[in-house]
Design a protein around this ligand. Structure first.
Ligand SMILES: C[S@@+](CC[C@H](N)C(=O)[O-])C[C@H]1O[C@@H](n2cnc3c(N)ncnc32)[C@H](O)[C@@H]1O
Length: 223
C-alpha cells in the first residue's frame, strides 16, 4: 500500500536541517554513491564527543528517541530511507530537545559514504523488513552483502543487536552472521517473556507483541 505524502514534507524536513542529513539522491547507483566519501563530522554534529551507536530503519523514531533520553553519554545516528516516515522521528527528537541524535535520510546501501571507518560501536536493526519473497533476499539488512558493508564503519568488537518477529528472517540472519565471521553472542526467542526493563519496545514490536507473536533477539559481534 502506497503511503500518502505528508503535507509540507519538504518544508518540514528543511526545518529539521540542524539534526538531519538528507542524502544526495542524484546518483541512482547506490554502491557507486557510497564510494564517494562525505564523512559526517561527529564532533561538529554533537555537543560532546561520545561513542556512536547507529539504528538502521528507525521508522518514526520511538526507539531512538527513548534510547537517546536514557543514554545521554552516547551519541546516536538514526537512518531511515523514507522521508515521509522519518519526519516524525526528527520532529519528535526536536520536541524532546535531544542533542545526542542525528538523522540521515538515506538507504543503508549508501551509509559508507557518510560514516567514517571504524566509527560505530553498536548497530540496532529493529524489525527490519523480512522480505520473504524469492529474489528479495539481497535487500534484507542482514544479507551478507550488508554484513560485509557494515564492517567498514562498525568497529572490531562492535555489536549488531537485532530484533524481529519473523522466525525465517531470524534463522536467515543467524546463518548470515556466521557466514560473514560475526560471532553470535546471545539469542533470545521470546523477548517479551523476559520482562526486561532495559528493552525498549519499538512501534512494530508493540504491534506484534499485542498480536501474541514471539519476538526474537540476536546479538552478534564483529570479530
Ligand atoms: C518494519 S519497519 C520498522 C520500523 C522501526 N524500526 C520499528 O521497529 O518500529 C522497517 C523500516 O526500515 C526502513 N528500511 C527498510 N529498508 C531500508 C534500507 N535499505 N535503508 C534504510 N531504511 C530502510 C523502512 O522504510 C521502514 O521504515
Amino acid at each position: 500500500m502506497r503511503m500518502h505524502r505528508k503535507s509540507r514534507l519538504d518544508e518540514r524536513l528543511a526545518a529539521c536541517a540542524d539534526i538531519l542529513t538528507v542524502a544526495d539522491l542524484s546518483e541512482k547507483n547506490m554502491q557507486k554513491a557510497a564510494l564517494v566519501k562525505q564523512n559526517l563530522d561527529f564532533s561538529a554534529l554533537f555537543e560532546r564527543v561520545n561513542p556512536v551507536r547507529l539504528e538502521i530503519g528507525c521508522g518514526k523514531g520511538k526507539f531512538i528517541c527513548e534510547l537517546a533520553q536514557r543514554e545521554r553519554d552516547f551519541n546516536f545516528i538514526a537512518v531511515e530511507k523514507i522521508g515521509n516516515v522519518l519526519i516524525e522521528a526528527c520532529e519528535a527528537a526536536k520536541q524532546l530537545g535531544l542533542k545526542n541524535v542525528h538523522f540521515i535520510n538515506c538507504a543503508a546501501e549508501v551509509l559508507p559514504k557518510y560514516l567514517p571507518d571504524d566509527s560505530v560501536e553498536v548497530i540496532y536493526l529493529n524489525f527490519s523488513n523480512p522480505l520473504p519473497k524469492l529474489g528479495y533476499a539481497k535487500q534484507r539488512l542482514t544479507h551478507p552483502k550488508f554484513l560485509e558493508e557494515y564492517k567498514q564503519f562498525l568497529k572490531r568488537g562492535g555489536k549488531i543487536i537485532q530484533k524481529t518477529d519473523d522466525k525465517d528472517f531470524y534463522l536467515f540472519s543467524l546463518q548470515s552472521y556466521r557466514e560473514c565471521g560475526y560471532a553470535v553472542k546471545e539469542v533470545c526467542e521470546d523477548v517479551s517473556a523476559l520482562n526486561d526493563p532495559e528493552n525498549i519496545v519499538t512501534e512494530h514490536e508493540k504491534r506484534f507483541s499485542d498480536m501474541g507473536k514471539k519476538i526474537y533477539r540476536v546479538v552478534a559481534e564483529r570479530l
